[in-house]
Design a binder for this molecule. Structure first.
Ligand code: C2E
Ligand code: CA
Ligand code: CA
Ligand code: CA
Length: 278
């Protein structure tokens, strides 16, 4: 940059500067998102591959920004984390999901289960007073109506507090799923050291799935290993019938992806579930 030396932005390209500015504005706007009712939880069905049954869904956060339109969670979750806003937002998502799972258990399937994403930052900010198992109990809901999706990074440097929170949720009957499996630190040693019920194969593996493709061998190996460890397997990002069929043949338990349905508002999934049932 021409005037670089003067303001210390010598190595800052205009594009980078813009990214930083957008981030700052979003961080500012994110404070209004929850009080301004700009957040919404969408739900994506998780399909049992052998039977086609749907009794699980993943909660995915959406932000309707007043001027930018829909902002992706991939963009705003990191900001929510660095500002600490993730704490209130995460609790709100949990409240929404609790109400929703109670509804779907009443009208759709008494065994319905909702998956919630919980980032390592959320575990660190967690306080006992807001413990999820207690909230479920207070509402008269069994623990097994909820799955908590964690990432490999959480277990890499799991503090005693994190281990305790995981154990608490597990004792209450909640399920624990390892999200984005295969993309993280690729150390498998945590798999038997921590209580995990479900492995979610990352969509990167599913995307390249074809007959005889190397990723098919990987998926098969992951599925076999998971089953031998007593875990169930969900494949993420299933977009084609070929992918679904190969996964089902490989013994994968569940599939999630645009082939079945996109994430959608609760009322829309309500109708979708009713239609599928009849
Ligand atoms: P994730 O947990 O891995 O969620 C799966 C992502 O894949 C979602 O993106 C979903 O919309 C997308 N997806 C589903 N099916 C397909 C498919 O067939 N093809 C493709 N290409 N994508 C598919 P989304 O909703 O944009 O969320 C992005 C990430 O943001 C999530 O990744 C999760 O890490 C995070 N996130 C979303 N909601 C929450 C939340 O409430 N709390 C926390 N802590 N993180 C959240
Ligand atoms: Ca997830
Ligand atoms: Ca994932
Ligand atoms: Ca992800």
């Amino acid at each position: 940059a021409k005037d670089g030396g003067r303001n210390g932005f010598r190595y800052f390209t205009p594009a980078l500067q813009e990214v930083a500015q957008t981030r700052m504005r979003l961080a500012n706007d994110l404070h209004d998102a929850l009080p301004g009712h700009q957040l919404e939880v969408h739900y994506q069905p998780i399909v049992h591959l052998a039977s086609g049954t749907v009794r699980k869904a993943e909660a995915l956060l959406r932000w309707h920004h007043p001027s930018r339109g829909m902002v992706s969670p991939a963009q705003f979750i990191p900001i929510a984390e660095s500002t600490g806003l993730i704490r209130d937002i995460g609790e709100w998502v949990f409240q929404q999901a609790m109400a929703q799972v109670a509804h779907w258990r009443a009208v759709h399937d008494p065994g319905f289960n909702i998956s919630i994403n919980k980032s390592p930052v959320q575990f660190r900010l967690g306080v006992r007073a807001h413990a999820w198992p207690e909230q479920l109990h207070q509402r008269g809901l069994p623990g097994d109506c909820m799955t908590v999706e964690i990432t490999e990074g959480l277990l890499l440097d799991a503090s005693p507090e994190v281990s305790q929170q995981l154990a608490q949720m597990r004792q209450a009957g909640m399920h624990v799923a390892m999200d984005d499996f295969g993309t993280g630190y690729s150390s498998l040693s945590y798999l038997h050291r921590h209580p995990i019920d479900i492995l979610k194969i990352d969509q990167a593996f599913v995307r390249d799935l074809g007959p005889g493709s190397p990723t098919l061998a990987l998926c098969k190996a992951i599925i076999r290993m998971a089953h031998e460890l007593g875990m169930q397997v969900v494949a993420e990002g299933v977009e084609t019938p070929t992918q679904r069929d190969l996964l089902a043949e490989a013994g994968c338990d569940y599939g999630q992806g645009y082939l079945f349905a996109r994430p959608m508002p609760a009322e829309v999934l309500d109708g979708w579930l009713r239609e599928r049932q009849s």
